[in-house]
Design a protein around this ligand. Structure first.
Ligand SMILES: O=C(O)c1ccc[n+]([C@@H]2O[C@H](COP(=O)([O-])O)[C@@H](O)[C@H]2O)c1
Ligand SMILES: Cc1cc2nc[nH]c2cc1C
Length: 349
């Protein structure tokens, strides 16, 4: 796919996290009053944030949460358990504060906002950020790509505008039908069997699941010739919110802001981001293993390990904001525990 000027920024490399700060944090962990390694992954999480911030004792004060919503043409094929109108209802609810992501984000004092990339049922709220690309992507099972090249650029750049200087960025998704898009993206990107990567999304039964798999299978075949790059795959299967997440993740990391990746759709965006610009990968942490059937396989393909496994499959960024409480405790322990010498105890060899 030819690269236009407006998307060149996606490829700008990012420096690796600071190894000196990481080493200092590892040394500190060894001195803290506990057997070495006894705090398990809490230790490596604190070390990761030390590397992100270039200091032995990092902070996670500022948290930015953005939920990107959009509708999907593929929803016309009935691959979701819910009607398309739910997308715009939920976007309004995110602004009114009543959704799961609002409850979790408030508790973490997050800077929160919802972004509308385009819904079939028009939605308005004074707090909703308007980045409408179109009322929906096209139905990729009918021969068209989900997005035009211009729409792809608009959605990626809309995501880029949401990156900000903060201590951690979380991007959530809302879009009826989007597990079909994400499954197709993973299948194309990692050459996976459709039956292994496709799940039940909002809770479809066996009959619809079989049809969903067949649709993805035939769409992969139909579009085979144009799936030669991560951006082409994103353009082909959509959606606008997955593209916005991709842009937001890359732009955040380019500011040296780490990203905590949520569930199935956020992981699809992270997979596109990391494939097209591998230098972003060390800045992406994976919050949880979604209950969506293919998520485990997707994470294995990416060789990353999620922090939590709570059988969540809501999206919106909920699994990631939940994991923030654990990251905050990891950093708290790292910064505030006494060392052996401060406690007056010799370190046993
Ligand atoms: O984040 C996940 O892992 C996840 C797994 C399954 C479903 N979802 C959410 O459910 C919606 C998509 O499901 P579906 O069945 O309409 O494709 C969309 O709004 C997602 O945020 C989210
Ligand atoms: C109600 C509802 C809320 C959601 N939040 C994210 N995806 C969703 C899908 C549905 C159906």
């Amino acid at each position: 796919m030819a690269m236009t000027e407006e998307l060149r920024w996606l490829y700008k490399p990012v420096p690796a996290p600071d190894q000196i700060a990481r080493d200092a944090a590892i040394a500190r962990q060894k001195q803290l009053i506990k057997p070495e390694g006894a705090l398990g992954r809490l230790e490596s999480i604190a070390v990761d944030f030390a590397g992100f911030q270039g200091k032995e004792q990092p902070q996670l004060d500022r948290l930015c949460v953005r939920v990107f919503g959009a509708d999907h043409g593929i929803a016309a094929q009935g691959t979701s358990r819910f009607p398309q109108a739910v997308t715009s209802v939920m976007l309004k609810l995110f602004c009114e504060g009543g959704a799961a992501i609002n409850v979790l984000s408030r508790e973490q004092n997050a800077d929160f906002a919802a972004i509308n990339l385009g819904c079939v049922v028009p939605t308005e709220h004074p707090d909703l950020i308007d980045e409408v690309v179109a009322s929906s992507t096209a139905d990729f099972s009918q021969g068209n790509t989900a997005m035009t090249r211009d729409q792809l650029a608009l959605a990626l750049n809309a995501g880029r505008r949401q990156s900000t200087d903060t201590d951690c960025f979380i991007g959530g998704d809302m879009g009826i039908g989007n597990t079909t898009s994400a499954a197709a993206i993973f299948a194309a990107l990692f050459d996976l069997e459709v039956s292994k990567i496709t799940g039940r999304g909002t809770g479809i039964g066996d009959v619809v699941l079989t049809r969903k798999m067949a649709l993805i299978e035939s769409a992969l075949e139909m579009h085979r010739e144009r799936l030669g790059s991560p951006l082409a795959i994103l353009q082909t299967f959509g959606g606008f919110e997955i593209a916005a997440l991709t842009g937001a993740f890359i732009a955040s990391v380019q500011r040296q802001v780490p990203v905590l990746v949520d569930g199935f759709m956020a992981t699809a965006a992270a997979a596109i981001a990391g494939t097209l610009n591998p230098s972003v990968k060390p800045w992406l942490l994976y919050a949880h293993l979604s209950d969506e059937a293919g998520h485990k396989l997707a994470l294995e393909c990416m060789e990353v390990k999620p922090m939590l496994s709570f059988n969540m499959r809501l999206g919106e960024g909920t699994g990631a904001v939940l994991a923030i409480s654990i990251i905050r405790q990891a950093i708290n322990l790292h910064n505030k525990m006494l060392t052996f010498s401060e406690a007056g105890l010799p370190i046993a060899d």
